[in-house]
Each structure stands twice: as C-alpha cells, then as structure tokens.
Ligand binder design. Structure first.
Ligand SMILES: Nc1nc2c(c(=O)[nH]1)N[C@H]1C(S)=C(S)[C@@H](COP(=O)(O)OP(=O)(O)OC[C@H]3O[C@@H](n4cnc5c(N)ncnc54)[C@H](O)[C@@H]3O)O[C@H]1N2
Ligand code: MOO
Length: 442
C-alpha cells in the first residue's frame, strides 16, 4: 500500500506506474490499459478540422487557424481622450482656476470630423473624445476645467504636452501579430479584430460530434417513469460538454439495446460526423449494445486503469472515429474530460487542450483509492486558500456530487490512501465556485 502523507509529492507516482506500463489485475483478466495510452489512442483518431473564413459574429469560441497581423495602427490616428479643447500647451502655460487663459475657439471637432484644420497659434478648437487632433495641438484641456465657451474659452488648467492625447499606434503598431494561431476567440479578441477592420477571420470549423445515448431503460424527462426506468441524462450532459469544448453536437437519444437499431440510428450521421460519441452498453453484461454492434466493426473495447470510467471503446466505424463511453453518468462525463475533451479541442484547433491543473491541499477525511487505477474524485476547490474538499462518494452513479463540484481530484494508480493536509493534483473544471470561508468551510 502506498500512502501519501503531508509533505510528500505526488510527482513520484509517475515513477511507479510508467507511461505505458500495463497494470495487471489478476491471472484471468487482461491487464488494464494505462490512462495515457487510451488518451493517445483517442487523440490519434481525430484530425484537425478544415480552415474556413467566418464572419466575426460567428467566431466566438472558435480557434484561430492562422496568425492575424494588423494592417493598420490602432488608434489609426492621433485623437482626443477627452471632451474639451485642443490647444498648444505653451499657449495655456500658467493658466489656473483663478487666472484662466482666454483663447478664441476656431473650430468644433466631433468624433468623425471629416476635415480638421491646423490649430492657429494662440487659439483653441473644441474637440470631442475620439476626434482627430488638429495639427499643432499637443494637448487637450477637459471641458470641466473651462467655462465651456464656443466662441471664446476660459481655460483654468495648464496641462503638460501630450495630456489626454491618444497617439496613433500606441495600442497596436501596424504589422503587429495580434492573435496567434490556436488561440481561442472570445469577446475581447473579436473586438480587437473588428477594431482592426477584419470582417471575417480564418478559423477552424467546429468538429461535429454525434452523441448517442443507448439503453432501453431510458425515458424522456417530462414523461412518466415506468418500473425499472430512469430519466435519460447523458445526452444533454455530453452535448453541453461538447459545445463547451468547442464542438458542434447533435444528440441521438433513446437508442434501445438492439444492435440493428443502433446501426439504423447511426447511419444518417456517418457522412458528416467527425466523431461518434456513445454512452452505455460497453461493459460485461448480456445486453451491451454498443459493444455488440461495433466490436467487429473496427472499434475495440478495453478496460482502462481508471475509476470511474474503466470500460471504454475506441476506433473507427465505417471510417468515422468512435469513442464509446460507459453509461454511468459520472463515468461518462469524467471519461469525456479525460479522453474526449483534449482530443476534441486539438481537432478544433486550440493550442490549449487541457484543463488548468493546480496543486491543492486535501481537507476533510482521508481518501482511499483502488490500487492500480487512477482515481478521479469530484472536488470543491477553494481558489483563495488552495484547499480542496472531496464532494460525495466514489460511486459513478452519484450525479449530484458532480453537479456540486468544480474540479476533479486526481489520485495516481499506486496511491491507495491520501491523508488530509496532503498535496493533491486537481483539474479545474469551472462550475460552482466556493467563496468566502477558509479550509473546512463552504
Ligand atoms: N460484471 C461487470 N459489470 C460491470 C462492470 C464490469 O467490469 N463487470 N463495469 C462496471 C462499470 S465500472 C461501469 S462504468 C458500467 C458501464 O456500463 P455500460 O457502459 O455498459 O453502461 P450501461 O450498463 O448501459 O449503464 C450503466 C448505468 O448507467 C445508466 N445509464 C446508461 N445510460 C444512461 C443515460 N443516457 N442516462 C442516464 N443513465 C444512464 C444505466 O441505467 C445504468 O445504471 O458497468 C459496470 N458493470
Ligand atoms: O468505471 Mo465505472 O466507470 O466505475 O463506474
């Protein structure tokens, strides 16, 4: 039994279960596949999608397919940062509220002013925020420091040269690479592209994922539940996860435990799916529809050294990549996080494919973990204190704890007990965040 106690590092786990070392179960069962090996296999199934040019408003959440270089400077011209008066600083030197300097106002410059005449010595031009600064002006006096005059203005402030002036190119000099290939497009990036005059961007199209949930026991939410039936939950969960990861998702739900029905359900999607993502029907029972339908068709089914998420399938069916996830809801979403999300993000063109990780200090009771399997427990991570508390038990049907968590606590295969106050590795998922309080509070 390998225990990790306070002060010890999780890093040593890699020395024990090496990258591709298979973990033997017993003499009768084949060895478990290491998590990294299955990750690599799933990743190898997906290719990056093609590059398209998309209008800005359709680019949110997509990855840049090329570097973007500014062809104009930003700001494009020297302009005012304030509503006020454009002047020469020497003309108002010595001005104060008690001894204002009076200047004739020779022009009025709203933003977008098409014609701007040079500023005559000893004069002012009324100017609005964003209007081009007249030649000769070197500063702006905000209107609050004047009497607001339109023919003549009394200026009660002596600003230094350059005050309230935005220089051309001070934000982005022309020729600057502003967005890198592989970066994710959000509000700020799209705003910048628009400010630089790009109407569309080179992006990768979202990978198209068909989410198939199987199981004859599944019922549509809103309908009455019969004996032995449960409400379907994996489809909306995985569709949401696919979309959050940058993919396009279509759900095919209520595929019964019938091989023919599964083939029928898949057929219409074969032509344009980048990935078939199934849930359920992959373990060891008598009605394992996904395994029965796809095992002889290019998809292999294995047991991965992981808990939850041990039974997994992957391969190609009629040329289309398939990842078959277990049906238990927690197993399905954790497997998605570990295997599918990074591969999908790579295919979508993102540079950053993995969730952020952090080291956290385990609070609460000691944790036990199965020997030879990498365990993922649902956790609640506290950003300010760096503490993590495990939420709920390990069972892969315990969906409510998953909904309450904001991270996965990763426990290495050779570690069977983690004591409190020990550092653990967490994968930050986003989601409900713990606020206030310190360790032990929530
Ligand atoms: N004899 C063995 N039994 C099981 C093993 C094993 O190795 N030997 N593995 C267990 C593990 S671990 C897992 S995980 C599950 C995986 O099972 P399947 O992928 O075959 O999934 P199902 O049997 O179809 O369903 C499991 C469970 O999840 C519920 N489910 C399935 N789909 C949905 C859905 N779309 N929405 C909500 N809930 C769903 C289903 O009703 C079952 O309760 O196998 C263990 N058994
Ligand atoms: O591996 Mo299963 O995913 O524990 O429940």
């Amino acid at each position: 039994m390998a225990r990790v106690s306070p002060g010890e590092s999780r890093g040593r786990s890699h020395r024990h279960a090496g990258h591709h070392d298979r973990v033997a179960q017993d003499n009768r069962t084949p060895p478990l596949v290491p998590v990294e090996e299955h990750q690599e296999h799933v990743a190898s199934l997906l290719r990056p999608t093609e590059v398209t040019r998309s209008p800005l408003e359709e680019c949110a959440g997509l990855a840049m397919a090329r570097d973007l270089v500014a062809s104009i400077p930003l700001p494009p011209f020297r302009n005012s940062a304030m509503d006020g008066y454009a002047v020469r600083s020497v003309d108002v030197a010595g001005a104060s509220p008690d001894r204002p300097v009076r200047l004739p106002v020779t022009a009025d410059l709203p933003a977008g002013a098409p014609e701007v005449l040079p500023l005559a010595v000893g004069s002012a031009q009324r100017i609005m925020t964003g209007a081009p600064l007249p030649l000769g002006a070197d500063c702006v006096v905000p209107v609050e420091h004047t009497d607001g005059g339109t023919r003549e203005v009394a200026i009660g402030l002596a600003p230094e040269e350059g005050r309230h002036v935005r220089r051309a190119g001070e934000d982005v000099p022309a020729g600057t690479t502003v967005l890198r290939r592989g970066s994710e497009l959000g509000p700020a990036q799209l705003g910048l592209a628009s400010a630089l005059g790009f109407a569309e961007l080179p992006v990768r199209r979202r990978p198209r994922v068909v989410v198939l949930s199987t199981g004859s026991e599944l019922v549509e939410p809103g309908e009455p539940l019969g004996l032995g039936q449960i409400y379907e939950s994996n489809a909306v969960m995985l569709v949401t996860a696919v979309r959050e990861a940058g993919g396009h998702a279509t759900a095919v739900r209520f595929v019964p435990d019938d091989v023919g029905a599964l083939h029928e359900a898949v057929r219409p999607h074969l032509a344009d799916a980048d990935l078939l993502l199934t849930t359920g029907g992959v373990s060891a029972g008598a009605y394992e529809v996904v395994k029965d339908a796809l095992a002889g068709e290019g998809v292999t089914f294995t047991k991965v050294a992981m808990q939850p998420g041990m039974p997994q399938g992957s391969g190609r069916y009629r040329g289309v990549p398939v990842v078959a996830l277990p049906g238990n809801p927690v197993s399905a979403l954790v497997s998605f996080e570990v295997f599918v999300r990074p591969a999908l993000r790579r295919a979508a063109g993102f540079d950053v494919t993995d969730r952020p990780r952090s080291r956290a200090v385990l609070e609460g009771a000691a944790l036990s973990s199965p020997s030879g399997k990498r365990q993922y427990r649902r956790g609640s991570y506290h950003l300010e204190t760096g503490a993590v508390r495990v939420v709920g038990a390990a069972g892969s049907h315990l969906l409510s704890a998953l909904a309450e968590s904001n991270c996965l606590v990763e426990i290495a295969p050779e570690v069977t007990v983690v004591e409190p106050d020990t550092p653990v590795e967490v994968l930050l998922l986003g989601g409900p965040s713990r606020t206030g309080g310190g360790p032990g509070e929530n």
